[in-house]
Write a protein that binds this ligand. Structure first.
Ligand code: CA
Length: 376
């Protein structure tokens, strides 16, 4: 896909949703020791299901949209054709950001998306996607599958007649494209940057201006100076977007999205009525996707990173420590404001923070030590 087509198809970015606090009462905790629903009939029936999957991605969008199609193919194969899912790109059946409501209401049986898009419906949703200065992909998966988070996520989404599934992770993103160096917090003052969600609020606390720009308009906005900087993803997608042609500096690390988890959602009433073997197949398909998506992003990024350095001559800069420290403090304030008095969001955030603190200690002694000492 060429840059022009890529941008044209990029109706929305990975984070484009303004955050609106809302209250949400979680459903009573349910047993998730099994991945299948306890009410599911325990018989194998020959009944065939033809499903629609709506997505927040443009049709066949590299990695994200392609992954949704791969999931559909895997499920069809594993179920011997009993579940046949047709994937729709964002806007083909419903607008991208109506995915959640469309699946909840049964317009489509399932969807492919990212939980932080729904922070306006329930602030706790973002913790199942990405938090600035939060956990990376490996840590987040650990919290989700072995730290009790998946149960909380299921309880939260049950209020919306949805069942969530893990569906991949972008890995740590890049810090974005800038046309001036960021040497101190002062350099963020007055900076107009396309950086959505909580990170946008953090930038504003630092004196900058977070500008919401749809994916397809970022390049032009940056080229014409409507914005001074933008974040998107990492080398593969960013190269396709062409930002290296109009920006001087590519910054690391992506403090704002240290490992954004994607989701699949299924209408809960429909899911609960499925036989257990099909429920298990859907879970297995989502785990396939969860593994494949990060693998694919990393594999592509290893190539496009070198290309940016060697062919495009891009300068990669690292944010100064004091800038990151200040942004981290502002992040804590922004998250507190967002949670407000929503008890369930606080419960999820407390669990997130506790797990992050504990696993950071271990990761520092294992992964980080290996990176620092061996992967130089
Ligand atoms: Ca991003």
């Amino acid at each position: 896909m060429k840059r022009k087509d890529f941008i044209k198809k990029s109706i929305i970015g990975l984070t484009t949703i303004p955050i609106v606090a809302n209250s949400c009462v979680p459903a009573p905790s349910e047993d998730i020791s099994s991945t299948t629903s306890s009410t599911a009939p325990n018989i194998i029936s020959g009944k065939k299901y033809k499903w629609k999957m709506v997505t927040t991605w443009p049709p066949n969008f590299p990695v994200l949209g392609v992954g949704a199609t791969k999931f559909a193919d895997w499920v069809k194969e594993m179920s011997a054709g009993r579940i046949d899912i047709k994937v729709y790109g964002g806007g083909e059946l419903v607008p991208p950001l109506e995915t959640f409501g469309a699946v909840s209401g049964g317009v489509a049986e399932m969807g492919s998306s990212c939980a932080y898009y729904w922070a306006g419906k329930t602030p706790a949703a973002q913790f199942f996607a990405a938090v600035p200065f939060g956990m990376n992909a490996q840590q987040l998966t650990s919290w989700m599958l072995s730290g009790g988070a998946y149960e909380k996520w299921k309880n939260l989404y049950a209020n919306f007649n949805l069942v969530p599934f893990l569906a991949g992770n972008t890995g740590v993103q890049m810090g974005g494209w800038f046309n001036k160096e960021i040497n101190s917090v002062e350099d963020l003052k007055g900076l107009k940057m396309r950086i959505p969600g909580i990170a946008g609020k953090v930038l504003e606390k630092a004196g900058g201006a977070a500008v919401l720009v749809a994916g397809g308009e970022i390049y032009t906005s940056l080229e014409r100076g409507v914005i001074d900087a933008t974040e998107w993803l990492h080398p593969f997608h960013d190269s396709k977007m062409g930002f290296h042609k109009i920006s001087k500096y590519y910054y690391t690390p992506g403090w704002h999205e240290p490992g954004t988890q994607l989701e699949l959602i299924i209408n809960k009433k429909i899911y609960d009525s499925l036989p257990k073997d099909l429920q298990a197949i859907l879970w297995a398909g989502s785990m396939n996707l969860h593994t494949w998506l990060l693998a694919e992003f990393d594999a592509q990024n290893r190539i496009y990173y070198q290309q940016l350095l060697q062919e495009d001559g891009i300068q990669i800069k690292t944010f100064p420590d004091d800038v990151l420290q200040t942004l981290k403090q502002y992040t804590e304030e922004a998250v507190e404001e967002l949670i407000g008095d929503d008890a369930f969001s606080r419960e999820v955030y407390d669990s997130y923070r506790k797990f992050q603190k504990e696993i950071n200690a271990w990761s520092s002694m294992s992964e980080k030590a290996y990176y620092n000492k061996i992967m130089k």
